[in-house]
Design a protein around this ligand. Structure first.
Ligand code: ZN
Length: 371
């Protein structure tokens, strides 16, 4: 039997605030059961500790022998759903509250190029449905699903993306399928170009859900935070541009009324803190972070040689929370052990937003270092 302990957090405003129920059994990591937290994701964003996101799907598939450059990756939701479900369940058991469904590579233009256009709806629908079933079975706490839509193009070559108008239409189609299947949020991933951000946000907005805009950020030699556009392969076909310059032009062209979250994603842990600061300076809404660790080996797998340990990741997460990130998780290279360590660390943090009158500006006792 597990033991239950009410978690009390000393808020800066001088009152103790219950942020949830800590349940644990001997030998298990504690997981917060959000008994006092809002049932809806936008409400949850406004109160309590940061929303705990899951870790990567693609690199966990790679760990299980799938290569994520081939049709087997595109079809895994319907050809090997138990594998995808098992990965989602592992993140739920590790404490994740927001899970990204495995629809990253399932854009209409990607599937059509692979001769799989007739599977567009079934692959996308399955990504959300199998995720919901897996996470509900694996953990009792409240959990949400983001449908993933990305800039991934056929053959890992972004020159194969359709024009902006067709792209917007395809994103709208995919977002609607994901929403009908039960997604709570649309995550636009691997965004590294302002025009793509705008076109894809317009398409995603048609589903009527909140949209997370996932920006890849990197510091240049002078330390300036750039929106990443130029990689060593054709996955990225643009240029790196200063994030502080390009962010306003992205934000001013977002669809009216959109519930937007800006994410720093698929960036190194070292670049994530400085990128949060740049986003914060130009954006007063919610910020998410889910970085990368290790390296793509470009053969359809992942190299974990220099990956962050779960303990180091958890410490980084605490720093990012103190800098204002309201959703925190891991992208490529981060697995369930990282999310378990992060969950244990984040569960006790109190949010700035849940304190009255702005009296809780320093929302945690975490010290931020200049990185
Ligand atoms: Zn990634």
């Amino acid at each position: 039997m597990g033991r239950e302990v009410i978690v009390m957090v000393e808020a800066e405003c001088g009152e103790k605030v219950s942020v949830g129920m800590l349940t644990s059994s001997p030998g298990e990591m504690p997981v917060v059961k959000p008994t006092d937290l809002p049932a809806d994701l936008p409400g949850r964003l406004n109160t309590g500790p940061p929303v705990r996101m899951d870790g990567a799907m693609n690199t966990e598939l790679a760990r299980r022998g799938f290569t994520f450059t081939t049709a087997e990756w595109l079809c895994v939701n319907i050809d090997a759903p138990e594998v995808v479900a098992g990965i989602h369940a592992g993140y739920a058991a590790a404490g994740a509250e927001l899970h990204i469904a495995n629809s990253f590579s399932a854009a209409r233009h990607v599937l059509e190029a692979a001769g799989l256009g007739d599977r567009f709806e079934s692959i996308n629908r399955a990504s959300v449905e199998l995720c919901r079933e897996a996470i509900d079975a694996a953990a009792p706490h409240r959990q949400w699903i983001a449908g993933s839509i990305s800039t991934y193009a056929a053959g890992h070559d972004r020159r194969n993306l359709p024009g902006l108008h067709a792209l917007e239409r395809n994103v709208a189609d995919q977002a609607r399928v994901l929403a009908v299947a039960g997604a709570d949020l649309i995550a636009l991933e691997m965004m590294s170009d302002a025009d793509l951000c705008v076109a894809m946000a317009r398409g995603a907005a048609e589903a009527g859900l909140p949209v997370l805009l996932g920006l890849i950020c990197v510091r240049d030699a002078s330390g300036r935070v750039m929106l990443f556009g130029r990689g060593r392969d054709h996955l990225y076909a643009g240029e790196n541009v200063p994030l502080d310059e390009v962010l306003p032009s992205i934000l001013e062209r977002m669809p009216a009324g959109l519930r937007l979250i800006i994410a720093v994603m698929h960036s190194t842990a070292e670049d994530t803190g400085p990128a949060i600061a740049v986003v914060r300076a130009g954006w007063d809404g919610d910020i998410a972070v889910y970085p990368n660790t290790g390296a793509n080996n470009l053969a359809g797998g992942w190299d974990w040689t220099d990956a962050q340990t779960p303990e180091a990741f958890a410490a980084s997460c605490e720093q990012w929370a103190a800098r204002g990130a309201r959703l925190i998780g891991g992208c490529c290279g981060y697995g369930p052990e990282h999310i378990r360590a992060m969950s244990a660390r984040l569960a006790g943090l109190q949010s700035e937003a849940s304190c009255e009158g702005g009296a809780c500006r320093s929302m945690t006792s975490v010290q931020t270092n200049d990185e």
